[in-house]
Design a protein around this ligand. Structure first.
Ligand code: CDP
Length: 217
């Protein structure tokens, strides 16, 4: 029986850790679509593609020899056989990823691949990102938006406003990336039929249990 659980949310909402745990407990496959945008960004930087050149970024998205784990228990991302699992989390990728993610041609190609992966897993998958409930899988059996106050989101990233200068800088970067991303996808407000889960006052286990109860409904 198909069970696609679509989970969207901003940076630091706890989306990745909660989505993975939900996938484990329900024995579903797991897709981190953010990792795909990060892998494409890594590939563009590696091959010297100008991120402002939309046609070139779109072509790169089509060429991208991507391999990606679809298990919540295995974290693995590679491009042309090079393991980039750790590297795609580096700040140089985080600060460039929005430029890639706002290239519509590249988005269309990654969305096509995401839908293909969902089908390959017989529509039994937790899929997390920014546009899953609205664009990638609007027909998902379960759709939720995981939100948290700005304060809670920065806290989870180990950041604090009013902290040291480097912390302030990191906090500003996260806020800046969310602002850029939201110019192409709206993940700050739940679309029709999407359940909002505000985790500001919940710990990890409480958030997972609330998400599971939303799936169970
Ligand atoms: O680090 P964080 O959890 O905030 O982000 P991520 O899930 O790894 O996604 C990285 C970036 O990919 C986002 O900042 C967006 O620019 C882009 N993205 C997107 O545009 N659409 C998605 N469905 C997923 C990610």
């Amino acid at each position: 029986k198909p069970l696609v659980v679509a989970i969207d949310g901003p940076s630091g909402s706890g989306k990745s850790s909660v989505s993975k745990e939900v996938a484990r407990r329900l024995k579903l496959a797991y897709l981190d679509t953010g990792a795909m945008y990060r892998a494409l960004t890594w590939y563009c930087l590696k091959t010297g593609i100008d991120l402002a050149d939309g046609a070139a970024v779109e072509q790169a998205s089509k060429d991208l020899p991507l391999e990606l784990s679809t298990s919540a228990n295995v974290e693995y991302v590679s491009v042309a056989g090079v393991d980039i699992t750790e590297e795609i989390r580096e700040p140089r990728i985080s600060s460039s990823v929005s430029a890639v993610a706002t290239t519509l041609g590249a988005r269309n190609e990654l969305i096509r691949r995401q839908r293909q992966l969902i089908e390959q897993h017989h529509r039994r998958m937790v899929v997390e990102g920014r546009d899953i409930t609205t664009v990638v899988a609007p027909n998902a059996e379960v759709r939720m938006l995981l939100t948290a106050s700005e304060e809670a989101r920065l806290r989870r990233r180990g950041l604090q406003l009013g902290g040291t200068q480097s912390q302030e800088q990191l906090a500003a970067q996260v806020i800046h990336r969310d602002a850029k991303d939201s110019t192409v996808v709206n993940f700050t407000q739940a679309a029709d039929g999407v359940v909002t889960l505000d985790s500001s006052e919940l710990d990890f286990e409480e958030t997972v249990e609330t998400a599971l109860s939303i799936v169970g409904k």
